[in-house]
Design a protein around this ligand. Structure first.
Ligand SMILES: Nc1ncnc2c1ncn2[C@@H]1O[C@H](COP(=O)(O)OP(=O)(O)OP(=O)(O)O)[C@@H](O)[C@H]1O
Ligand SMILES: [Mg+2]
Length: 263
């Protein structure tokens, strides 16, 4: 990868011995790894390996049954989603989570809600300070729209957009929160080659221009190898490998997991 503006720094988040069960299903078993400042870390693994569950633990959707997560030096056995958001963790979902009837701009504005000081009631009556604040937030969201090159659809209800553009709007909604850590659950799933290339470019640009640390789940190994600094591999809820893309690609346990070798 070409030289980046912000070199990879200290540890931003530590996952320490995290386990998670649903009834009898062990989604995660004693998983540990860390995420470093400004890096792009990929989590890969076969279907059902526990990748989404891991992101859900990091942003407080699920509460681990054992282990802890430390973010910016603060250790938590569990955290609620809005707390994670307030701390600077934003995410996109495996199944797009947008308001389909609302425009691109309004969906991106919802990602800004935590930043708004004046409540919705104030905005409803357009009191002076509330109006000024809303305009500032709108201007910020317009800059995200420019950055993601979706100006042409800024007023379009997202339900009418092609799938690839909806994924881009969802990225915009996450960026509106100005996250320190951005979690992306299969940002390229279901995209054609051109859409994937665009999404890769935006992820790299977000990382480089804003310094945002990114943790993404992705099945397309070509994409993973191209854009990630490090890779964590899960299989049946356990971490089976970790390292640079080259190291992971050559790991026999990873090759076996992807070829479906029984063990
Ligand atoms: N809310 C839930 N209730 C019950 N079981 C769940 C729940 N979420 C996940 N699981 C189970 O936990 C395991 C891990 O699921 P998870 O969605 O984390 O896998 P994944 O690696 O993201 O898979 P995929 O690549 O298919 O998205 C699976 O066996 C799944 O069925
Ligand atoms: Mg998943």
């Amino acid at each position: 990868m070409s030289a980046r503006r912000r070199p990879i720094g200290d540890t931003l988040l530590v996952v320490d011995g995290v386990s998670l069960s649903f009834g009898g299903v062990k989604a995660l078993t004693d998983v540990s790894f860390d995420i470093r400042e400004h890096e792009i870390l990929a989590i890969i693994g076969p279907n059902g390996a526990g990748k989404s569950s891991m992101l859900n633990c990091i942003n407080g959707f699920y509460h681990p049954s054992a282990g802890a997560i430390t973010f910016r030096g603060v250790k938590r056995a569990q955290m609620r989603p809005h707390e994670a958001a307030m701390q600077g963790i934003a995410r996109t979902f495996q199944n797009i989570a947008l308001f389909k009837g609302m425009s691109t701009l309004d969906n991106i504005m919802t990602g800004r809600l935590l930043k708004m000081k004046v409540g919705l009631a104030g905005q409803a009556v357009h009191l002076g300070p509330a109006r000024a604040e809303e305009l500032a937030h709108r201007a910020f969201c317009e800059r995200i729209i420019d950055f993601l090159e979706i100006q042409a659809v800024r007023k379009t209800p997202v339900g009418r957009l092609p799938y690839g553009l909806q994924k881009r709007v969802e990225l915009g909604r996450a960026l509106a929160a100005e996250p320190t850590l951005l979690l992306l659950d299969e940002p390229m799933a279901g995209m054609n080659l051109e859409e994937k290339q665009d999404m890769c470019r935006f992820i790299l640009d977000v990382n480089d221009e804003f310094g945002t640390t990114i943790c993404l789940i992705e099945h397309d190994m070509g994409v993973v190898m191209d854009i990630s600094d490090r890779v964590v591999v899960l299989e049946y809820g356990r971490k089976i490998a970790e390292g640079t893309p080259d190291v992971v690609r050559a790991n026999q346990a990873v090759i076996d997991a992807y070829l479906g070798v029984a063990h």
